[in-house]
Ligand binder design. Sequence first.
Ligand code: MSP
Length: 652
Amino acid sequence: MEKRKSYYITTPIYYPSDNLHIGHAYTTVAADCMARFKRMQGYDVFYLTGTDEHGQKIERAAREKGMEPIEYVDGIVENIRKLWEILQITNTDFIRTTEKRQEEVVKKIFERVYEQGDIYLSQYEGWYCSPCETFFTERQLEDGKCPDCGREVELLKEESYFFNMAKYAPRLLEHIAAHPDFIQPESRRNEVVNFIKGGLEDLCVSRTTFKWGIPVPFNSNHVVYVWFDALINYLTGVGYLQDDALFNKYWPADVHLMAKDIIRFHAIIWPIMLMALDLPLPKKVMAHGWILLEGGKMSKSKGNVIDPRILVDKYGLDAVRYYLIKELSFGQDGVYSEEIMVSRINSDLANDLGNLISRTAAMIIRYFGGKIPAERSSAPLDEEIQNTARQVYLEATEKLEKLDFSAYLHAVSRLVSRANKYIDETAPWLLAKDEAQQSRLAAVMYTLLESIRIALILNAPAMPTLLERANQQLNLWDEPARVKWEEAGKWGLISLPTNVQKGEALFPRIDVKLLEGAGLPDTVPAPQPPAPVEKTVTSPVPAETKMVGIEDFARLDLRVAEVVSAVKMPKADKLLILKVRLGEEERTVVAGIAQHYAPEDLVGKKVVIVANLQPTKLRGVMSQGMILAASDEQRVEVLTVSPDMASGSRVK
Ligand code: MSP
C-alpha cells in the first residue's frame, strides 16, 4: 500500500493564565482549517496544540488566588479543551508542558546541549518583564519600560545558564536565504533577518528566582527558561526521543502557525535550538496579524476580551469560524466588532451562500419535484460557470497552501456570487413557463447544483458542519465526512436524478436589532436594521424614483396568501405575527401593522406577500416574507384580493 504523505501543523501552546479569547481562537481555527484541508487532500495530518504552563507569570497568578500552580492551571486547561471542542478543533494531540513526557525531553535536550558546550553557566544582569517572561538590555527598553507590552520591568541579577546563539547565526541566515518560504509573510522575514544581522546575544535559558518550571537536570537551583521549555513541545508532541516511528513520520513540522508577537522565538531561537540538536528545521513559520478591538489590543485587564463561546452560542459555529478565517488579510491586523461580524455573516452566508442554496433547492423542488431530469440542453453560459468553478478551485487551493486564509474564502465567495448572478441571467422562472424549455431548465438547475456542490466542498475546511447540514436537503453525498478536496476540481460529479428536499435555512439572517444592548462597545455605529416589514406605497411617485426594467420586477415573487392566524408579538407595540398559507405552504410573517389592525380583523383575508424575500429574524421570530400595504399620513391599509382568489396565485 502506498504510504500517505504526512502533514504536521502546530499552534502556539497558550498560557493558561486565564481563559482564552477570540484572538487565540483565531490561530486555532485557522490551523484547524488547514488540518481539515490537508486531510481532505488525503494527507496523514498531525495537528498539535496545547498549553504552556510554567513560568513566573503563572506561578504569580496562582499564588494571588491562593492556589498551587498546578491546581490553578488544571481548571483553565479544562476550559481550553472544552473551547476547542465547541469550535470543533480536530487536534490530534493536546500537549501540556507539565506532563512527564515534556519534562523528560526538555531535561535530555538541556543536558545534551550543555554537554556539547552550547550551554554554559555565567552571571546575568538585565531588565526583566515578568508578563512577557523576557529579559531586556538597558538599550532595548522604551522609556524605561518593556518594549513589548509597555509595563514596568525589574532589574534582576542571577547566576544563569546561557545558550550560545551567536554561533549559529550565520547558518540561520543562510537557511533563511536559501528557503524564501521559511518565514512568512515576507515583511516578517525581513524583520527577522534584520534582527539577526543586528547581532544575537546569548540567551539566558535558566532561572533561579522562582521554582515553577522544569529543573535543570544537573543543577536543581535552576529551572529551565519557559520559552526554552515551551518550544520543545513541538518535538515532544510527535514523540521525539520517545517514539521514533511517530517522530520520523512527522518531523520536520510543515507549519508552525502563530501571531506576529512571537515570531522571533519561532524564527530565531527555535531554529537555532534545532540546529544545536542536529535536527531538520520546520518547513515554514507563519505569523498572522492580530485581531484588535476598536480600542486596541484585547486584554483581560482592559476588560474587553471577547469570549468565542458566547459568539458560537449566538451565531452558530460555522458562521463564527467563517468570520474569523475570512477576517484577517494575509499577515495583517484586523479590527473585530460584533456589528461587523454580523453584517459579514448576513451578507456572505445568509444572502449569498444560504440564499443560493435555498433558491436552488426550492426551484428544483418546484419545477422537478426534487429530481433534475437527465435530458439537459446546455448553453455557452453554463461553460462560463464551469470555468469560474475551476479557477476558483485552483485559486482556493493555492491560497490555502500559502496559508492565505482570507484570500481563500474570498475566492470561494466569487463562485457563489457568480452562481447567484447566473440565476438572474437565466431567469428559470421564465423558462419554467415554457414546455419547450424543460431541458434548458434542467441544465440550469444542474449547473446551479454543481456550483453549490463545489462551493460547499471548498467551504468545508472553514465550516465543519456545513456539508452535513446542506446534505440534509441536497442529498449530494452518501458520506459528507469522506468528501475529498479534489472532487471540487471536477465538474459533473452529480449523478441524476437528484433527490433535493425541503429544509431549513442554513444561515438564517441575523436581525441586527438583536445586537442592541448586547453589551458591545458603543464606539461603532450599528448598521441600520432592514426596512420595516410592511411595504408602504406612497403617492404620488416621487420624480427621482429610479425606473426598473420588467426583468427587475420579475425577480419579485409576489403571491396571494391567506391569513390563517394572527397574534400580537409579545412586548412589541407594532408587530403582529401572522401565519399565512400560500397554496400548500404555510409561512410565518412578522408585520409592523399592529397599530392599524386588530389581529382578528386579518384572519381569513387574502393578502399579497413578497414570497422570495430573504427570511429574517425579528425579535427572535423568523419572518418568511413581507405583506404589502399602502399608507398615507393617517392610515396603513393592507392590500387584499377577493376571497375567492386561490392562495398561492402569482401577482404581477
Ligand atoms: N505561550 C506562548 C507561546 C509558546 S509557543 C511555543 C504564548 N502564549 S499566548 O497565550 O500568549 O498566545 C499567543 C498567541 O495567541 C499568539 O501568537 C496568537 O497565535 C494568539 N493570539 C493571542 N491574541 C491574539 C489576537 N488578539 N489576535 C490574533 N492572535 C492572537 O505566547
